[in-house]
Design a protein around this ligand. Structure first.
Ligand code: SF4
Length: 533
């Protein structure tokens, strides 16, 4: 009897580029087999990572392959190959923990959706055909028979759009998000969805496939880690921050130690506020805290001399000056590139802080990740956050959305919605801009506008009622945001205002790092152009 274990191994991709990559959009079912150099390996990974981390980066990356969807130029084929390889590299780098897997899943889903929306109708058809996804639009007679039902169940579509869009009949289990949001017509176990919502079906397939693949990849990691060069590169990749460089102090006026108490209350993210308060209360920080907070201070504009003065004044409340100079001053100068290798060290990004290890008694780390929930809630309560907002933050934390929780904290404390937060120093800059009343931030409740839409269509939507629905990452599952001239509470001013709509489905909202910059006016135009096609 043959006891050899037979694993089901997926065939790898091989063939000419035109055969391998007939379409811009890929489901990444099979891994690549071509040879690339280590330099290319790193370059491809960084390129994709930058796209996934930076504001609007996804849109830029999407443009790399934005075209008819099925073009066959050499450039398009090479881009698809790059896309394919870089996706699999990030799988290797981001499969090692639940947190990382969830992050990558959310980012890849965003990219997939963006690119799907960029496809032409022919591109969509060929994508479905190429991936053997047997979905056909319902015949004209059936659509005509169901016209009223389709109109009533798709409250965002006008009667003209009902006529022009193709409708698909799919098993309702494939579109649970649309069912949950009551956005489709259901009959005999099938959901009828317009072509604009077809992405829900594909997203759920994409999510399931990738989620499963990431778990499988994690199991293969030990074998891969025998190659030290790859191991080191992959291990460090998720800590690589590719956003703005905050080691260069762009604050020409600088920040004085005397200002830190006030700034920590107004403009520090919670991770830095708690470190500042700890050092003021206990006159000491452990190494991890000194590194995290010290580099942050450097990034916001505290000079080396001021940093030495700040730490010295605190530490010498518990120790003599000689001990401070011998044991701590060197490290501070080192962080500013004045000792040792003379490297100008970079302040820690959110990802580095969130993924870092925090032991008992440590005060560094991200409070939305490393602090026990009851303690965090108590802390927010002490900072006078309203109970409902504390609960909203707690809900996000319990779902593992640390950075989104941080954005909610920003929103509550500043009354403006920030861009997505990927770095504590970026938080600080956004806060300073918001407090200075600079442009780029907009808090828009839009409740009356929604009321108007509901009234016009006469279909109250269960999720579009309440005070918080425009805080998309808190309470809305489906969000229609209409921008009027002023979005004030005056119906009269709204009725004459030009309006735009953006639509977000629930997975956009609940993605790990939902990009709140999508709420900025420029992004609305971009999203609008996709959703209003
Ligand atoms: Fe600090 Fe980033 Fe955590 Fe916010 S999300 S508290 S900025 S580490």
């Amino acid at each position: 009897m043959d006891l050899t274990l037979r694993r089901k191994v997926k065939k790898a991709v091989s063939g000419s580029l035109a055969e391998l990559y007939p379409h811009d959009l890929q489901l990444y079912v099979l891994p690549p087999t071509c040879s690339i150099s280590l330099a290319e390996f790193e370059e491809f990974a960084m390129e994709r990572l930058k796209a996934e981390l930076k504001k609007n980066g996804l849109k830029l990356y999407a443009k790399l392959v934005q075209g008819s969807g099925t073009g066959q130029t050499e450039f398009e084929l090479q881009m698809r190959k790059r896309d394919h390889i870089s996706h699999f590299i990030l799988r290797l780098a981001y499969c090692r923990s639940e947190e990382l897997r969830r992050w990558l899943l959310a980012k890849e889903l965003d990219l997939f959706r963006l690119r799907f929306h960029a496809l032409s109708a022919e591109g969509v058809r060929l994508f479905l055909q190429g991936n053997k996804l047997d979905y056909d639009p319902i015949p004209a007679e059936e659509k005509s028979r169901l016209r009223d039902c389709l109109y009533e169940s798709t409250y965002m579509l006008s009667s003209v759009q009902i006529e022009t869009y193709e409708f698909y009949r799919v098993p309702f289990l494939d579109v649970l998000d649309l069912v949950r949001a009551r956005k489709c017509f259901l009959s005999s176990g099938y959901a009828y969805i317009p072509s604009v919502d077809f992405i829900s079906v594909l997203s759920s397939k994409f999510r399931d496939n990738l989620s499963h693949a990431l778990v499988m990849t994690a199991r293969q990691l030990p074998a891969l880690e025998e190659d030290e060069r790859l191991f080191l590169m992959l291990k460090g990749l998720h800590n690589t921050y590719t956003g703005d460089d905050y080691s260069i102090n762009k604050n020409t006026t600088g920040v004085r130690p005397e200002e830190l108490d006030s700034l920590s209350r107004k403009s520090f993210p919670l991770c830095m506020r708690q470190l500042h308060e700890h050092i003021r209360a206990h006159h000491h920080l452990k190494h991890g805290g000194r590194q995290q907070y010290g580099l942050f201070l450097k990034g916001i504009g505290v000079s080396l001399e001021d940093a030495l003065r700040f730490w010295r004044e605190e530490f010498t409340k518990l120790m003599d000056l000689d001990k401070f100079e011998k044991q701590y001053a060197y490290n501070i100068r080192h962080n500013y590139g004045k000792e040792g290798k003379r490297t100008n060290y970079t302040p820690y990004s959110c990802m580095k802080i969130i993924m870092g290890s925090v032991g008992p008694g440590d005060t560094h780390g991200c409070p939305f990740k490393h602090t026990d929930l009851p303690v965090l809630k108590q802390q927010l309560y002490n900072y006078n956050l309203p109970t409902t907002d504390i609960q909203a933050v707690a809900d996000l934390v319990s779902h593992g959305h640390c950075q989104v929780a941080c954005m909610k904290y920003f929103e509550v404390t500043h009354k403006v919605v920030p861009d997505s937060i990927v770095h504590p120093n970026q938080y600080f800059i956004q806060s300073q801009k918001a407090l200075a009343g600079k442009e780029g931030f907009k808090m828009d409740t839009g409740l009356n506008v929604i009321g108007k839409l509901e009234y016009r269509r006469g279909i109250p939507h269960p999720y579009l009622c309440g005070v918080h629905e425009m805080s998309v990452y808190v309470s809305s599952f489906c969000c229609i945001k209409t921008y009027g001239a002023s979005a004030s509470s005056e119906n009269s001013s709204l009725s004459s205002a030009p309006t735009q709509k953006i639509k977000m489905d629930d997975s956009d909202v609940w993605g790990d790092d939902f990009d709140v910059s999508a709420l900025s006016t420029s992004a609305i135009n971009a999203v609008n152009s996709h959703t209003e096609k």
